[in-house]
Write a protein of this length. Structure first.
Length: 278
């Protein structure tokens, strides 16, 4: 089942049919026993018309957290960007450490949804999207669903000094989520494929893909560290890291179209912008 949030209600999809949850209480719904609740909606409801164009960001009050250096390719990429600053060793060490890299990514107001514009910083010279399986976690630190996340990143700022990571990662329109939340009665398959396509002036300028089984850490392990000393009364979203890293000669440009696809969830599409001049 896939859960979609709209401006008027919440929709659940099953078998190509759509059902109205007859509720706008997103925070309440994702903190219920979600899978059986949605099964009940489908069993009692009638199918309705729904267009994916009506889907908005699947977040209301949740914080967004993120995990880094969870794939080997990410480790290598981070070491490359920070070699001149002397920070490369930090990424190698965190890749093998017991404790993963975990950081606060965004408040709901800094997150955009499908079809909305994502942003690159004006003071950055090297920017990339980071396509990530993103966990929907309830207030009890349980994974209740999965969505697509785009962790926008300035590699030039983080590469200059690892302590600049908050500036490289957190700013207005720095994250995208959607289009919906996949709800399963068992953990997502590690064979699931993630792909990234970047289109510029009608031409594909980058394509990459990876499977979840390339991730070094387990999903429950990441949740455990994020929630170890932090409570989330409305739940939270956790980005789980990227295994798709464009080469060092690539950077995003304004009007690029970023398309992230995760099998079973769908495709998240956003257009790149910069903050307008005052």
């Amino acid at each position: 089942m896939i859960l979609y949030r709209t401006n008027h209600t919440i929709i659940v999809e099953e078998g190509g049919k759509f059902y109205d949850c007859e509720s706008q209480d997103w925070d309440g719904l994702i903190n219920e026993n979600l899978y059986p609740v949605l099964q009940d909606v489908i069993a009692k409801g009638k199918s309705v018309d729904f267009s994916l164009d009506d889907a908005i960001k699947p977040i209301v009050s949740q914080e967004v957290w993120a995990c880094g250096v969870t794939y080997l390719k990410s480790k290598v990429g981070r070491q490359e960007e920070s070699k001149d600053s002397g920070g490369a060793d930090f990424y190698g060490k965190v890749y093998v450490a017991e404790r993963p890299e975990v950081f606060f990514k965004a408040t709901p107001s800094r997150v955009v949804g499908p079809g909305e514009k994502i942003r690159i910083r004006r003071d950055s010279t090297w920017d990339v999207p980071e396509p990530e399986l993103t966990l929907c976690v309830n207030k009890n630190a349980q994974i209740v669903g999965y969505t697509i996340g785009n962790d926008m990143s300035s590699r030039s700022i983080e590469g200059e000094n690892p302590l600049y990571l908050p500036q490289a990662k957190t700013y207005d329109r720095c994250a995208a989520l959607g289009p919906g939340v996949l709800v399963l009665d068992e953990p997502i398959s590690l064979e699931t494929k993630i792909s990234l396509e970047i289109v510029r002036a009608g031409a594909v300028v980058f394509f990459g893909e990876v499977q979840l089984n390339q991730m070094k850490r387990s999903l429950t392990e990441l949740v455990g560290f994020v929630c170890r000393e932090a409570s989330f009364p409305h739940g939270c979203f956790i980005m789980t890291g990227t295994g798709i890293v464009p080469t060092s000669d690539f950077t995003l440009e304004v009007d690029d179209k970023v398309k992230i696809t995760i099998e079973g969830i769908g495709t998240l599409v956003n257009i790149v912008e910069k903050k307008p001049l005052d």
